[in-house]
Design a protein around this ligand. Structure first.
Ligand SMILES: Nc1ncnc2c1ncn2[C@@H]1O[C@H](COP(=O)(O)OP(=O)(O)OP(=O)(O)O)[C@@H](O)[C@H]1O
Length: 618
């Protein structure tokens, strides 16, 4: 047994024979007990106790909450009395060994939150601090489900991350006393006194808590609790009527992993396509301006590798969700989060963020009826077969259920969005018109390629359009499953491997892929030889070449028009109408883009005819 002074006046007692360690906090008289864990790699206890002692308190596990203490992996921070339900919570900020992706330091282990939950339950049963309200304020939720003051006591709000249909999401730091345990995102959903609304909102929690394994591409949920708080979002007051009143109403708080890179919608609009510049801070605008100045010829858009990386992350998240029988129902760019910020300020062309699917608020089990959930996802990303035609007053009684395939359609629409930076529908359509457009729209590969060229975007592998078309198939049975999308994307980036489609949809996929690949049917399996790197380069450069003559032609046209206009101005009498119009047209021509020169040409023809007519009549 040895005594070791530890942080903040605490003392460690370690006992090598029982492989245990106790941390004593004389300031509040609390104790924390740890046991040495077996080395998970070798299945053996670390042979040298001295070595372990030297490595501080590594490889110990708290028998109370199961937290491992392992400073070599992440930062170790001890947490004093959490004062929740009388339990001491010792926690460690560490990188989980099993984590498949890099997570920022400061993520607490799941076991911590498990312990917290049981502490809350215990607390709820024992305490009832909320003052009794009059009969007009009786909630359908029992008082003992609320944890009064928990948010203010243990969290500090850093900023508002965004507002959704149900509530707001804040960036918070979880703290106990002065010790900061990590940065999280907390979603606050006001529920008021509406049982049906509560049932709907709690679906997100149910879906999140059914993700038992930490997933690489699904948001990690930490903890949920109920608390009286100020309203935000749809439900603002208890009775839902006094819109201007500010009062504390029952709210659900959902604590989740914080994704520092923002959402995919903002990333594509602002960083990739430089849209909505006016919504950006002066600092961001300056940064972009300097970047564009140093990369003047860089085309807009993402590269093939970046598109593949984003789609693969999303397909992986979807596959994990579908594997446990959940349909997301509201997959859209604002629900896809970038795990890490572009801290090193890499050029966008070199930035490959990890994408995580968030907001499981619309999730439903496969086979469950949609009438049970009441709401629908976002229309633009909703598969045509699940769109209910008509208005809320005139709804048909029979409609299709959401399926895994409807999620895959949303993925297809995300693919369109990240490729073009826009959606195939006109903006600001009224709901009825939008439904009509979604039900009626049709895409084909050649028009997609044409659009891509006309937009002068970065050249991409044309097979991305094949995948997009497959995912956006009108016929849900033709859409590939999430696993097949991953396979497709893997093969797309691996040019040495032949593609083998594993589903019955192979024939449809083949039809679409025929344009690019040389196919051979071997036995009953289907294989495709994709173009080599060299082929692809040729394809890219030929796209460039196709673009070049068009631009040259437009420039020559522009110079020609301007010369004719100048000659006309010089040759006509100063006060004549022809000189007047020619001068205006020359001004317009010099200011407009090459694209609009055809209109200038038409106007020039009109002036010439007018000139001829006036000369003839004179
Ligand atoms: N875990 C998180 N980490 C970082 N930012 C987040 C996190 N969760 C949400 N956000 C941000 O908050 C915004 C609002 O999220 P929320 O899920 O409430 O609504 P939404 O998906 O935008 O809208 P809706 O509720 O209509 O689907 C998101 O668009 C995202 O930018």
């Amino acid at each position: 047994m040895s005594l070791v002074p530890y942080k903040e006046g605490s003392v460690i007692l370690d006992d090598p024979t029982s492989r245990s360690l106790v941390i004593v906090y004389p300031s509040n008289g609390s104790l924390e007990f740890f046991e040495k864990v077996f080395d998970t790699e070798t299945g053996d206890v670390d042979s040298s106790w001295n070595q372990a002692a030297k490595a501080s308190i590594a490889s110990f596990v708290c028998p109370q909450c199961g937290t491992e203490v392992n400073p070599s992996v992440g930062d170790v921070t001890e947490v004093k009395d959490a004062s929740v339900g009388g339990n001491n919570v010792l926690e460690v900020l560490k990188e989980p060994r099993t984590s498949r992706r890099l997570r920022p330091k400061g993520i607490l282990s799941r076991k911590y939150f498990k312990l917290l939950e049981s502490s809350h339950r215990h607390y709820s049963l024992e305490q009832n601090e909320r003052p009794a309200l009059g009969p007009q304020h009786q909630f359908f939720l029992p008082d003992n489900l609320f944890i009064p003051g928990y948010f203010h006591k243990f969290f500090k709000t850093l900023s508002l991350l965004g507002n959704g249909a149900r509530g707001s999401v804040y960036k918070v730091v979880h703290k106990i006393g002065d010790i900061e345990l990590g940065i999280f995102a907390v979603k606050k959903i006001p529920i008021g006194n509406d049982m049906a609304w509560f049932q709907k909102c709690i679906r997100e929690v149910k879906a999140l808590s059914s993700l038992t394994n930490r997933s690489a591409n699904l948001i990690t949920y930490n903890h949920v609790w109920l608390e009286m708080n100020t309203a935000c979002g749809l439900v603002r007051t208890l009775d839902g009527r006094q819109l201007d009143a500010v009062e504390d109403i029952p709210c659900i708080f959902i604590l989740q992993e914080y994704c520092s890179g923002g959402n995919l919608e903002d990333f594509i609009f602002k960083d990739v396509f430089h849209k909505f510049q006016d919504l950006q801070s002066p600092k961001e605008r300056k940064k972009k301006f300097l970047y564009r100045r140093s990369h003047p010829n860089e085309a807009l858009g993402l590269s093939t590798e970046q598109i593949v990386s984003i789609l693969k992350d999303l397909a992986t998240g979807l596959q994990e969700l579908h594997d446990i029988g959940l349909i997301h129902r509201d997959l859209k760019p604002s629900n896809c989060l970038l795990l890490e910020e572009n801290i090193e300020e890499r050029p966008i062309a070199e930035y490959y963020p990890t994408i995580i699917i968030g907001d499981l608020g619309e999730c439903q089990m496969d086979g469950e009826s949609r009438t049970a959930t009441g709401a629908t996802g976002t229309l633009e990303f909703t598969a045509p077969e699940v769109i209910i035609p008509g208005t809320s007053q005139h709804r048909p009684t029979n409609y299709n259920e959401y399926t895994f395939a409807s999620d895959l359609y949303s993925l297809g629409m995300i693919c369109y969005f990240i490729v073009f930076g826009e959606l195939p529908f006109e903006s600001q359509l009224e709901i009825g018109q939008l439904k009509h457009s979604i039900l009626g729209f049709a895409l084909d590969k050649s028009s997609l390629i044409r659009k891509h060229e006309e937009m002068h975007l970065k050249a991409i592998d044309s097979r991305i359009f094949d995948l997009m078309l497959l995912l956006l198939s009108k016929n849900a049975t033709e859409r590939p499953a999430a696993g097949e999308v991953i396979l497709f994307l893997e093969k797309l980036t691996d040019k040495t491997v032949q593609v083998e489609f594993i589903s019955s949809r192979a024939s449809n996929e083949l039809e679409l892929l025929k344009d690019d690949a040389n196919f051979s049917l071997e036995n009953e399996g289907v294989t495709a030889d994709y173009p080599s790197v060299a082929d692809e380069k040729t394809e890219e450069s030929s796209a460039e070449e196709r673009r070049m003559p068009l631009t040259q032609y437009k420039t020559i046209l522009c110079i020609g028009i301007n010369s004719v206009l100048t000659i006309m101005i010089l040759s006509s009498s100063t006060a004549s109408l022809t000189a007047h119009f020619s001068l205006i047209l020359l001004g317009i021509s010099l200011k407009t883009s090459l694209k609009s020169q055809k209109w200038i040409l038409l106007a020039l023809c009109a002036i010439l005819m007018m000139d001829r007519y006036s000369r003839a009549s004179n």
